[in-house]
Ligand binder design. Structure first.
Ligand code: BDP
Length: 723
């Protein structure tokens, strides 16, 4: 077929427009997944224009105002012209945004079943015919549902989904979808790699940084409805009047976005800021102090969420300082909060240097006997694995073991053990692995997700928490792809059954472009990134090999720390014979904390999934794996595989160069080069060190380290961030 000059010109114009047809972020990533650049696809543009030509949106509340503002902003950006919005319903309206109570009886009846399903936060987006006219309806029982529905509609438009015959009924499966900020009052962020804390305590309450509202908006867009502002290693000062005023100012900004504020409560606060000489939870003065404190908080912040508490963990004060249990401590605070409908979230991250039991067993041992003893406004927050946010851990055995206590899943979004904000690691892959894990606690299909969403044991309250990776960096998260971890965490808190592939695709389309030439390969890159980091840091079930304090880089040789269970050598137990932690009945017997069906699988190296092999077994260097390799070779090849995977990731990134802006490309390219350098560093340091035990040569295919072990051991990082 011959093409004319005019056709050729048209082709170039269209191609040019297609390149522009991206959601390319402005302001170096500040927009996150919420940039609303104009949709150039003519078909979608005209479809959306027709549907949103005249919008009936009556807002009578702050949350509805937020929703209305967002809809206006989104349509203005996506379609290139502001929509016409009306407060009263008329025949010309092509779109209705309305709560159930403002809909006509007939429509409510027609949607009865949907309204019953969606609770307080769910929404319905539906294409309907009313008196012969097609309309697009967003409705919900409550304001918050409308807000989430508006965000959903804009996301559908951004990703060019047809709204023809649309029928979306969506409801969060988990009630409390929380961020945990490990932010200190001096604005440093424990384990934060994206700058300083967003909360400018010095200038609050008067100075309200516009960024606070942007923060709330972004969180609302993925359904996050709760935020703990302060570090679990808590500072009692935040509970003083001077700070509570500041907290109240933040709460006021977040309220129209449906986000409640929580604080961490330092257990010794009655002594530190209350002038008492004890913090014993059974002491009358202590009880009164907390009651008064809580009352004071609710005066300033009527919808205050409650307290998150790290007690008797890593040196933090707690009820055990007075010979009282976690239950007594948690219930005392729960009693203070109950009249105001506040809750206590009590962390189960406990292990003691005085207890010789395998650290992986201690939280279970301490908490499971308390099942059913906490007040009904207490939740127990459990990290995803039994040690500490490692690149890979088996799921925490507490999930499924406390049927009468609502358990909160605690994920770490900030990459403390996964390359800080320099490495591209797509965490929803890790989160999904944990959520999908089978507990066998009530027969088959009793996954961790079902424990968390309360469906397995009919818990009345459900929650998920993510340790935030957010800071003052222009793009919020340091690494542009770390934004995907924030996004993905929010999506999984909304629906823990979503697949990581779905999430990656959504995020890429919303953040970069709808061009599948970009989306498909980069989705693959994201999916492989989690396995890559496991391979180059801690393959085959190895864990806790990082350097001390800052946790940056490898330190498998560290063995001189004051607490035995802080030493990497405690975990890998490398010796002349072999390597790995025996957690079977012949060792620490940690496997007995799982259901027998799982314990059986973990207990024998032949049936144990290879990814957990050295988590549960101490094996000889020449142990033969199912794939025919001896253990030493398998470890070495896994480390190499991790490095190779990063090289592949770089190769994929190079291929998409022309599809995004130079700035977007360069930023990630430079970070991937750091990741590659550090992957090699991990491989070299760990293999050289383990080689001192195995005494074996590196197998063919594994690159030889360019430095000696002593070099890697000599590296020091006094200013590594987040410590
Ligand atoms: C560890 C972190 C430490 C936290 C602790 C916790 O290194 O900074 O305080 O977890 O979760 O992973 O309490």
């Amino acid at each position: 077929m011959n093409i004319t000059a005019a056709q050729a010109k048209l082709f170039y114009v269209v191609s040019f427009l297609l390149i522009l047809n991206s959601n390319a972020q402005s302001l170096g990533g500040y927009d996150l997944w919420l940039g609303y650049s104009k949709i150039e696809d003519p078909v979608r543009h005209s479809e959306y224009q027709k549907l949103t030509k005249s919008i009936f949106f009556s807002s009578q509340s702050p949350i509805l105002d937020t929703a209305r503002k967002e809809l206006w902003r989104g349509i203005d950006g996506l379609l290139g012209q502001p929509p016409k919005m009306h407060d009263s319903l008329s025949l010309i309206n092509t779109m209705w945004v309305s709560k159930k109570m403002n809909l006509g009886k007939d429509m409510v009846n027609a949607l009865k079943a949907d309204f019953e399903r969606i609770g307080n936060e769910g929404f319905i987006i539906k294409s309907l015919t009313v008196r012969g006219k097609r309309i697009l309806l967003i409705t919900a029982n409550e304001d918050q549902g409308i807000l989430y529905g508006v965000f959903k509609l804009l996301q559908l438009m951004k990703t060019h989904k047809s709204l023809e015959g649309i029928n979306v009924v969506d409801v969060p499966k988990i009630q409390l979808r929380m961020l945990n900020h490990w932010d200190n009052l001096d604005r440093t962020v424990e384990r934060g790699y994206a700058g300083f804390s967003l909360w400018n305590w010095q200038k609050l309450p008067e100075y309200k940084d516009p960024r606070y509202e942007d923060y709330a908006r972004v969180n609302a867009s993925i359904g996050i409805n709760a935020t703990v502002l302060t570090n679990v290693n808590a500072n009692a000062l935040v509970l003083t009047s001077a700070y509570l005023e500041k907290v109240a100012a933040l709460a006021e900004i977040f309220r129209p976005y449906g986000i409640k504020v929580y604080l961490t409560a330092r257990f010794s606060a009655p002594m530190e800021i209350g002038g008492l000489n004890t913090s014993d939870p059974l002491d009358k003065d202590v009880i009164n102090w907390w009651n008064d404190k809580v009352e004071q908080i609710y005066k300033d912040i009527p919808d205050f969420g409650g307290f998150l508490v790290k007690a008797n963990s890593e040196g933090q004060p707690g009820p055990q300082n007075y010979g009282r249990s976690h239950v007594v401590g948690a219930n005392m605070l729960a009693n203070a909060l109950r009249p105001f409908k506040g809750i206590v979230i009590w962390r189960a991250f406990v292990y003691s240097e005085k207890d010789a039991t395998d650290r992986a067993k201690q939280a279970f041992k301490e908490f499971v006997p308390y099942d059913g003893k906490f007040q009904d406004n207490v939740l127990v927050q459990v990290k995803n694995g039994p040690i500490d946010f490692q690149p890979r851990e088996p799921f925490h055995p507490m999930f499924g073991a406390m049927p009468n206590t609502p358990l909160v899943m605690e994920f770490q979004i900030t990459q403390e053990y996964l390359g800080f904000s320099s490495h591209l690691v797509f965490l929803p892959k890790l989160f999904e692995e944990v959520l999908d894990a089978e507990t066998y606690k009530k027969g088959k299909n009793a996954t961790v997700a079902k424990v968390i969403d309360g469906s397995l044991f009919n818990n009345k309250i459900s929650a998920m928490a993510g340790v935030a990776n957010i800071g003052t960096d222009l793009n919020w998260t340091g690494h542009p792809f770390a934004q995907a971890n924030w996004y993905g965490y929010g999506r999984l808190a909304w629906n823990p059954y979503l697949s990581s592939e779905t999430i990656a695709e959504e995020w890429l389309r919303l953040t970069y472009t709808n061009d599948s030439a970009f989306v498909e390969p980069i989705k693959d890159l994201m999916i492989v990134s989690r396995e890559a980091v496991v391979n180059y840091m801690t393959p085959l079930g190895l864990h806790h090999l990082m350097d001390t304090g800052h946790h940056y880089g490898p330190g498998p040789w560290v063995s001189d720390l004051s607490r035995p269970e802080w030493n990497p050598t405690y975990y890998h137990k490398g010796d002349k014979e072999g390597i790995g932690f025996d957690r079977t009945p012949s060792g620490s017997d940690a496997t007995s904390q799982y259901a027998p069906e799982i314990a059986k699988i973990f207990n024998t190296p032949e049936t144990c999934p290879p990814e957990y092999l050295l988590w549960f077994h101490h094996l000889r260097w020449d142990y033969k794996l199912k794939n025919g390799l001896i253990l030493w070779d398998a470890i070495a090849l896994k480390y190499q595989e991790g490095v190779n995977q990063v090289e592949e990731m770089i190769g994929i990134w190079e291929q998409i160069k022309s599809l995004i802006t130079d700035d977007q490309y360069d930023e990630v390219k430079m970070l991937l080069e750091i990741q590659l350098k550090e992957a090699k560093w991990w491989r070299n340091a760990c293999l050289l060190y383990f080689q001192t035990f195995s005494g074996r040569e590196l197998p063919p295919g594994v690159e030889h380290p360019d430095e000696k072990l002593e070099f890697y051991q000599s590296l020091k990082f006094p200013y590594a961030p987040g410590n």
